[in-house]
Design a protein around this ligand. Structure first.
Ligand code: NAI
Ligand code: HPV
Length: 390
């Protein structure tokens, strides 16, 4: 029996992946894995014995990934599974950043009780809410991953001139990006050449305060900024000042804060980017499938702290060793097997930055101290023995 603790409301489609070998609940004690969305794990103890965290979503800044790596907890996310939902809200927000629809709706509510006068008052008052069309305007997209590419292509389709900035763009993303999107090689150039920008990078030490007073000063006067990535990517103090000085014309964000709520020209949305049934299902299904494949078979797909590494299941005993990416790790692991007369049937070893993973299907061999021997190798983070069926 595997135990899974859910720390957020997760779509019930997880049960398509998790059969009766799984006990899943919010209150689970001694979980083998967590399934979460945006729950903040930074201020929580990670329970002993936790093997995996499945983040049903893209951003993993709510998870202490380095601490997980040290403890041998494999962190998964679900790349692309909610990208369409975010793209749709970003496109809607491009229009909201232009046309003063929200202010207009709020003003219209004040006309309640004016009876037959309403038509006349509407025609008289509507000119307060004029705003430009997006067609022909320039949109700068920062980060061309799953979401950024979709947003760039959709913005081009509604007639915008699109510029993109992503020094680390993946080959796959580049293949999907419309050829009409103009490549900008610096953030400063992107800001200077855009009427609107939209941010689609992860929040990490390198992207914190990526948008700040220095580069906002070089942006086009009155630039409209959309932030559906994370609040910390824009320096909030600098942003508030730039809004006051009209350097930034509008700011629409999925990440409200005390300083932003109620400011003129700011629209705060309650983190709704991925909140559609379609993307909640996609993310949940993918996270559950990945966690299951890891718990049962040791296979890793879409981890953010360990390499992708898998083997086809044969039912043979399988040794799974998470270790540091250092010389002679595989040599030491296989020497222990050789010393015990255990033959290797199939094997895969992958590395990623500081971490590595070795999966070995064995012809014979039971635990009998094997896992402990592996754990005693300097540089091994953790080891497990299982029987991989699928
Ligand atoms: N509002 C919401 O509900 C949601 C928000 N998000 C946020 O959006 C972020 C992006 O999501 P995806 O597109 O799915 O991720 P992704 O990993 O597919 O794309 C991120 C892109 O950012 C690029 N990048 C990284 N550092 C950069 C930098 N310094 N400058 C320019 N580009 C840089 C990467 O090369 C990559 O292409 C997530 O990390 C998350 O924080 C994601 C999903 C839902
Ligand atoms: O996937 C992401 O990064 C998101 O921000 C979505 O978060 P959520 O699953 O809606 O809590």
């Amino acid at each position: 029996m595997y135990r899974i603790q859910t720390l957020n409301a997760i779509s019930s489609v997880i049960y398509d992946e998790l059969d009766d070998q799984y006990q899943v609940s919010k209150e689970e004690t001694h979980p083998d894995a967590y399934l979460i969305r945006s729950a903040n794990l930074h201020d929580q103890e990670l329970p002993e014995g936790l093997l995996a965290i499945g983040r049903a979503g893209a951003g993993t800044n709510n998870i202490p990934v380095d601490a997980c790596t040290e403890k041998g907890i494999v962190v998964f996310n679900t790349p692309g599974a909610n990208a369409n939902a975010v793209k749709e809200l970003v496109i809607a927000s491009l229009f909201l950043a232009s046309r003063r629809v929200i202010e207009g709706i709020e003003w219209t509510k004040t006309l309640k009780g004016q009876g037959d006068e309403i038509g006349k008052l509407v025609e008289k008052g509507k000119n307060q809410f004029v705003g430009p069309e997006v067609k022909g305007k320039r949109l700068g997209v920062i980060g061309l991953g799953a979401i950024g590419v979709m947003v760039a292509n959709a913005a081009h389709a509604i007639g915008m001139e699109v510029l993109g900035y992503d020094p680390f763009i993946s080959i796959d993303a580049a293949w999907h990006l419309s050829r009409a999107v103009k490549h900008e090689s610096s953030l400063e150039a992107l800001l200077a050449n855009s009427d609107y920008i939209t941010i689609h990078v992860p929040l990490n030490a390198k992207t914190k305060d990526l948008i700040n007073a220095e580069n906002l000063a070089r942006a086009n006067q009155g630039i409209r900024i959309l932030n559906f990535a994370r609040g910390g990517i824009i320096n909030e103090e600098d942003l508030v000042k730039a809004l006051e000085e009209k350097q930034v014309g509008r700011y629409i964000t999925d990440f409200p804060s005390e300083a932003l709520i109620g400011l003129p020209n700011v629209i705060c949305i309650p983190h709704l980017g991925a909140s559609t049934p379609e993307s909640e299902d996609n993310c949940a299904r993918m996270a559950a499938a990945q966690v299951r494949d890891y718990l049962e078979n040791g296979n890793i797909r879409n981890s953010v702290n360990f390499p992708d590494c898998s083997l086809p299941g044969t039912g043979a005993p399988r040794l799974a060793v998470l270790h540091k990416n250092e010389p002679n790790m595989v040599g030491q692991i296989t020497s222990i097997l050789a010393a015990r007369g255990i033959n290797i049937n199939n094997m895969n070893n992958r590395s990623r930055g500081q971490t590595a993973y070795t999966l070995i299907d064995l012809d014979n061999g039971s635990d009998d101290g094997l896992v402990e021997a592996m754990g005693n190798i300097q540089g091994v983070i953790s080891a497990r023995l299982m029987s991989a069926k699928r």
